[in-house]
Every structure is written in structure tokens, then in C-alpha cells.
Design a protein. Structure first.
Length: 411
């Protein structure tokens, strides 16, 4: 099993089994999500799987050799060693044949022997045509695996091979990876409730135009995904996301700063943690036109009168319940590192938050990117953590710091 330290996220040894279904190409995304999350991924592919996706691709993504043959590595008893070393086994896609073999406890290939030789949690992502998924034999096999503690992710309904549509489509790679990691934890937020805002608000000028920002909502969604994996009950207040909310979170869609404030205040009334990751418009038009503003009517120039929107973060921090922790985000364009920290420290104190996540944004960084680089400050403005990488790993590091702060209470 993989060792870890209190100061570092746990690095898991993950065996990713890939079987011979058309959805095997999506397993590349599962491997990538696990590797990007910092885990050591070892792929066990069936011969059928390698007819759908090439060994070089799998080895480049996993950064480890791909294992296929039961009779390779006999001296090290590889069919036992892989299973014994694994912290987690994921099979994606899991075909009807593979599911039947698992239910029967067969060990006719390297993947089957690896599963039987391991005490690690097993997660499978079924993928097959609807008729196969709904066949009584498959239904019975899935029920058998569930009774043994196997986690089943999916399948979804949607487009299958050719023109067929129905249940049996493999779940998306990010969902499979997140669901698998949730099985092994950490579960330091189990039973805790967390409300997270994400995306960017829009303040209407007329029925077709608005004042907004370039936030995609990816970091907020990643926080929701990470919190779910760690056992939290998650509510996501979503303002115009470019990505789908994670399965398992309760999503509340909002449009404007006022709507976001109302939703966050309602949810914060019972939440243990409040995270304001959304980019909220600082100003809104004092008047909204009932119809489209037309150039012929307006003329060569248009003057707008704007008014301040409520400071949602400061209000939530001011009115927090005893024991509730409030996290804010500060997106700044300041290029100087010392000045950026100074701005962040002043904002942390002024807003009254428990934790402020500061990140630099600009024309080509921050908003819309799949990666992030952040500095975390406590309420006094002192640096308590840093994170750099894909937004899911950054989210987990933020939650690491948040979990460490749980004992903090407010009078």
C-alpha cells in the first residue's frame, strides 16, 4: 500500500483495467484524470482492449508499462503483485463478459487474477448496448457484485455505437475517476455540509445584453467535485458555468449578483462551510431596458449609469453562524508577487473570512484555464498554503487547508 504524510495529499497506486469494448478509448481520459491527480497508475489491458486503443497511448498517459499477458513477469508473480500493491482497482469500460467473469470469480486473464489477488476496493464502469445491460444475466451479475461491495459507476443513457440510443453508455472519465477516488477518501468532510458558488454573474442591460466576466466556473465545480469525494454534502450555486456540475451535488442556477446573494444566504443558514468561488459583478445598471437597445435609437454613443452590487462575501462572513467557516476568492491582475500578497492580506482582513484564496488572472491566465496557481491566506492575512496544477488538485489542496481549520469557532 502507498504511504503518505500528513502534509501531502495521499498518492495512490491505482490499477486501471481496460477491457475490449468500444468505450475503451474513453479509458484514456480516466487514466489521465488519475495521473493528473498525482496517482501512480498501472494499466492492465485485455487483448480485446488493445484492438480499440493502442499500447503507446496508454503508456504515454499512464507513464508506466501496460500489462496484458498473464505469463509475463512470472518471476515476480506479477498477477499477484499488481493486486497486492494496489490501493484501488478501477475497470473502465467493464463489458458484459468482464462483469460475468468478475461475478463468477474467474481468473482466466491477468485482469481477473489481479482482482482476485487484491483486497483493494473495486470500482467498475459498465459499458454495453442497452439489451445487454438489461439482460437478466447482467442484472443478476451486477447485483452479485454490489453485495460484495463493488462500486458501480454508471452507465449513462445516450448515444451508443452506430445510431443506437439508450442505457449502457459508459460514464464520463472525470466522473469515473472522481467516484473511484471517493471510495478510498480521504473522508475528512464526511457528513459536513458545504455550499459553493461558481461561475460568473451577469447583470442585464436589456433582454439580450449583460455586464459579466470571463469566469468559467471550473474551479468552483472542481471544489464541489473534491468535496463530494471527501464525503461532504454539497450544494453548488451556479452562475453560468462552462462545465457541468458534478453528479451528486445539488445545483441551484442563478443569474445576477442579487440572485446569487439570496441563494447563498439561504443555503449558508445550515452549512458548515461557505465557499465563494464565483466571480460576482461589482456593478450593475441602475436601469434595465424592457426591449433591445437599438443603435438607431441610441445614437453614436451609449452612456450607462452603474451602481454597486452587494458585497456578498463580506455579508456572509459578517453573518456567519458560530463554528461556520467562510472561504473567499480574490482574482487579481497584479503582476508583482509581493504586491499581490499585500492586496490579498488586506482583502482577507477587510472581508472577515477564515480563508482567502488568491490567484492571478489576466488575458491568458486564470479565467477559463484548466489549471490554476493559488496562495491561501488566513483571516489575518498570513500565508497558510499554496497550490499549483490542474483545478481538481488545487481544489483538494484548498480543502486540505479547510479541513485542518475545522476546529476553529467564532464567538
Amino acid at each position: 500500500m502507498t504511504a503518505t504524510t500528513p502534509d501531502a495529499p495521499r498518492r495512490l497506486t491505482v490499477v486501471l483495467g481496460i477491457t475490449g469494448g468500444i468505450a475503451a478509448y474513453k479509458a484514456v481520459g480516466v487514466a489521465r484524470a488519475l495521473v493528473v491527480g498525482g496517482h501512480d497508475v498501472h494499466i492492465v489491458a485485455t487483448e480485446g482492449a488493445l484492438r480499440f486503443v493502442g499500447r503507446p497511448t496508454l503508456e504515454a498517459i499512464s507513464r508506466n508499462p501496460v500489462h496484458t499477458d498473464l505469463y509475463e513477469g512470472v518471476a515476480e508473480v506479477r498477477h499477484v503483485a499488481l493486486g497486492q500493491r494496489a490501493d484501488l482497482i478501477v475497470i473502465a469500460p467493464a463489458t458484459a463478459h468482464t462483469i460475468a467473469s468478475l461475478a463468477a470469480g474467474l481468473a482466466g486473464d491477468l485482469l481477473g487474477t489481479t482482482v482476485l489477488a487484491s483486497s483493494a476496493p473495486l470500482v467498475i464502469a459498465p459499458a454495453m448496448h442497452t439489451e445487454m445491460w438489461e439482460h437478466p444475466a447482467t442484472v443478476a451479475n451486477i447485483a452479485t457484485l454490489r453485495t460484495r461491495g463493488v462500486t458501480i459507476v454508471g452507465p449513462d443513457s445516450g448515444r451508443l455505437t452506430g445510431t443506437d440510443v439508450g442505457a449502457g453508455r459508459m460514464a464520463e472519465p472525470e466522473v469515473i475517476a472522481a467516484s473511484a477516488l471517493a471510495v478510498v477518501g480521504p473522508h475528512d468532510l464526511r457528513g459536513r455540509s458545504i455550499v459553493i458558488s461558481a461561475g460568473g454573474t451577469r447583470e442585464p442591460l436589456d433582454p439580450v445584453r449583460f455586464i459579466g466576466n470571463r469566469s468559467s466556473g471550473r474551479q468552483g465545480v472542481a471544489l464541489a467535485q473534491a468535496a463530494l469525494a471527501r464525503g461532504a454534502v454539497v450544494t453548488l450555486v451556479a452562475a453560468h458555468l462552462d462545465v457541468e456540475p458534478p453528479a451528486g451535488a445539488t445545483a441551484i442556477e442563478v443569474e445576477t449578483a442579487a440572485e446569487l446573494e439570496a441563494a447563498m444566504r439561504e443555503q449558508a443558514a445550515t452549512a458548515d462551510f461557505v465557499v465563494m468561488a464565483a466571480a460576482v459583478a461589482d456593478y450593475r445598471p441602475t436601469a434595465v431596458a424592457e426591449g433591445k437597445l437599438k443603435k438607431d435609437d441610441v445614437g453614436e454613443s451609449l452612456q450607462l449609469q452603474l451602481e454597486r452590487t452587494p458585497d456578498v462575501l463580506a455579508g456572509l462572513a459578517r453573518d456567519r453562524r458560530p463554528g461556520q467557516l467562510v472561504v473567499g476568492f480574490a482574482a487579481e491582475t497584479e503582476g508583482d508577487d509581493d504586491r499581490l500578497l499585500s492586496i490579498g492580506a488586506e482583502k482577507a482582513r477587510r472581508k472577515g473570512v477564515d480563508l482567502l484564496v488568491v490567484n492571478r488572472v489576466g488575458w491568458h491566465e486564470g479565467f477559463g484555464s484548466t489549471t490554476n496557481s493559488v496562495i491561501m491566506l488566513d483571516g489575518a492575512g498570513s500565508v497558510v498554503g499554496r497550490a499549483d496544477g490542474d483545478k481538481l488538485s488545487v481544489a483538494h489542496r484548498i480543502l486540505d487547508v479547510l479541513a485542518e481549520t475545522v476546529p476553529t469557532t467564532h464567538d
